[in-house]
Design a protein around this ligand. Sequence first.
Ligand SMILES: Cc1ncc(COP(=O)(O)O)c(C=O)c1O
Length: 426
Amino acid sequence: MTSKTSSQPLFLRAQGVIPGGVNSPVRAFGSVGGTPYFVSHAKGSHIWDTEGNRYIDYVMSYGPLILGHAHPAVVDAVTEAAQGGTSYGAPTEREVLLAEELCEAIPGMEMVRLVSSGTEATMTAVRLARGATGRDIVVKFAGCYHGHADFLLAAGGSGVANQGLSGCDGVPINAVADTIVAPYNEVPELDERVAAVIIEPVAANMGLVAPEPDFLSQLRAACDKAGALLIFDEVITGFRLCRGGAAEWFGVQPDLWCFGKVIGGGLPVGAFGGKRAIMEYLAPLGGVYQAGTLSGNPLATAAGLATLGELDAKAYETLTDITTQLAQTITQTFTEEGIAAVLPQVSSLLGLFFCDTQPKSFAEADGAAQNGLYPPFFHAMLEEGIALAPGPYEILFPSLAHTQEDIAQTADAARQAARSIKATTS
Ligand SMILES: Cc1ncc(COP(=O)(O)O)c(C=O)c1O
């Protein structure tokens, strides 16, 4: 399976035919420098590049692979589904099964529609909120990333922050005229013009920034007072914090939910859902239009169902243990090596900031991300066989496939990386 084609010539060829050589900007290593490794294959907690080097992977496709790479249940389900055809343009039983499983797991969610990406989910959830309320304004929080719909790109985290963009060329002023950006962890003033407030209940695209205690419940109350809908973008947190996502974890229910990543087990999926009364504004029942040639795709729903089938209470306990051990060993290593770092953790989401105190907003997270320590750390870790995301605004995604041995190796690598950062910065 390994082609032994080195990444450098592949990247050169890619740059000839793909803008920046990549199909999603953060993959280009722009903010850490160097040439991206091209992946040949992956299994469990490991990926291999096209030169045959093996890495312990904490990118995990940015979140979907909670079971690890090429989990047998997912591979078998997708293989079986593919043998029955890859897309029909007509409903299937698996779509019903996945929708039922989502509604059963998420407290308060009564109906859900499947789409093909997180971007589609957030974009349509906001359209639905606007359609249901008859209002236009949408409030988002600085540093939260909700995919790349025009009106949600303002002050985005992840790749948008990575590129140093406050917005995006090609987005007309009118497209963001009804978008208001508020600081994370501060409840904004809302009035009767606000259709929806959209938030990552745990911000995971500016490093990891947890909501302050009561922030989400106060936001819920502010939305209720103004008659605005609250949208939880759970593309990362859904089925990751726990089976019921943020509504279960924090005890706060939004009006609309957005999902992606884990619910597709590594295949292209998104979903948005909510109370029946709101979801019925959606076509064909109501006047809010949304559609998709590949929505509810047979392979994607098979992968999603297989993934969710593995996620019982024990799995979440194991995953949290793995993450806690990883956080503790790296923290201890940094302390011993005299490196100032904080590793915020919420369930199995793990952040890494090179600073003394945990950031609570994008302004604070950005300060830590921009201090220049992440790129040398990233490269030193890669050299030691550990693949982290190539950007300081991303987080680590430990999976159920990560082992004690992986954690020990990661801590050893972090020690070497810490020493090499100290050597280059002192
Ligand atoms: C919180 C959040 N929302 C939405 C998206 C967009 O999802 P997709 O990349 O599937 O369009 C992402 C992607 O990383 C995300 O992290």
